[in-house]
Design a protein around this ligand. Structure first.
Ligand code: NDP
Length: 247
């Protein structure tokens, strides 16, 4: 399976930590060439060094890229993202979890601008190249939150519901092409995200797991590799990946 990914050009957003970093490690293991994007360029550089020492046969480029910056996304894409085989739209965040009446405009804007508009920016910048070559795979990291809203998560859940709708719409828009479109929806995953969502309160973050064992980035990366590694005529449109004890 992994031989199908060897030599492929894989763009991963949000590759500086968590699920994105784990995806980078798994695609590198499969022999893919990597385009790694995130705001924390220094994190990407140390990941690149580590991966290059383990996998000297692959090519890795890093990009300090804020997916909210539409102009920067398009100019970077024009120069570097012309032949992307697999796009993993993973960059995303949650800013606190609050009752609807307490969500600040800044938090709302940041989540929508990153999780929704950022994902659209990157996809728009890469899709014309995929259409021109009539091949490619867009893999969006959504969330169970996009399919099952919860209290104090309204805007985050809405942003991930938007990802689900965008994915489904793109699936229809590319149905007459060889381009594949997939959405992978994780349940609880232990990453930097887990603490950030409670504004650095690790005890509160840990309490959410309430005895269940969360997934880690590798669990999702293995799923992404599986989806990306199917034969070209097979598209896994949607997957929900939960910890065993999360309902
Ligand atoms: P992390 O916080 O570990 O990773 C988030 C990544 O997104 C970082 O690499 C961060 O990089 C990047 N990012 C955030 N904002 C931007 C931006 N404006 N431009 C570019 N990159 C950005 O969390 P996870 O790995 O858990 O999250 C990855 C994805 O998984 C997200 O889309 C999240 O919504 C989703 N998810 C996570 C779940 C969980 O329980 N952890 C559950 C379901 C879905 P940098 O700060 O360097 O820019």
């Amino acid at each position: 399976m992994s031989s199908r990914l060897r030599g492929k050009s894989v763009l991963i957003t949000g590759a500086s930590s968590g699920i994105g970093e784990a995806c980078a490690r798994h695609f590198a293991q499969a022999g893919s060439n990597l385009l790694l994007a995130a705001r924390r360029k220094e994190r990407l550089e140390s990941l690149k060094q580590d991966l290059e020492s383990r996998h000297p046969d692959i090519q890795i480029s890093t990009f300090g890229l804020d997916v909210r910056n539409r102009k920067l996304v398009f100019s970077t894409a024009k120069e570097h993202f012309n032949e992307v085989d697999v796009l993993v739209n993973n960059a995303g965040l949650v800013i606190g979890l609050d009752k609807l009446e307490d969500i600040t405009e800044e938090a709302m804007d940041t989540m929508i601008d990153t999780n929704v508009k950022g994902l659209v920016h990157v996809t728009q910048s890469v899709l014309p190249g995929m259409r021109a070559r009539n091949k490619g795979h867009v893999i969006n990291i959504g969330s169970v939150a996009g399919h099952q809203a919860y209290g104090n998560g309204s805007v985050y859940c809405a942003s991930k519901a938007a990802v689900a709708s965008i994915t489904k719409a793109l699936l229809y828009e590319t149905v007459d092409t060889a381009i594949r479109v997939s959405e992978i929806n994780p349940g609880m995953v232990e990453t930097e995200f887990s603490v950030v969502r409670f504004r650095g309160d690790k005890d509160k973050a840990d309490s959410v797991y309430n005895g269940l064992q969360p997934l880690d980035g590798n669990d999702i990366a293995e799923t992404v590799i599986f989806v990306a590694g199917r034969p070209e005529h097979v598209n896994i449109a949607e997957m929900l990946v939960f910890p065993t004890n999360q309902a």
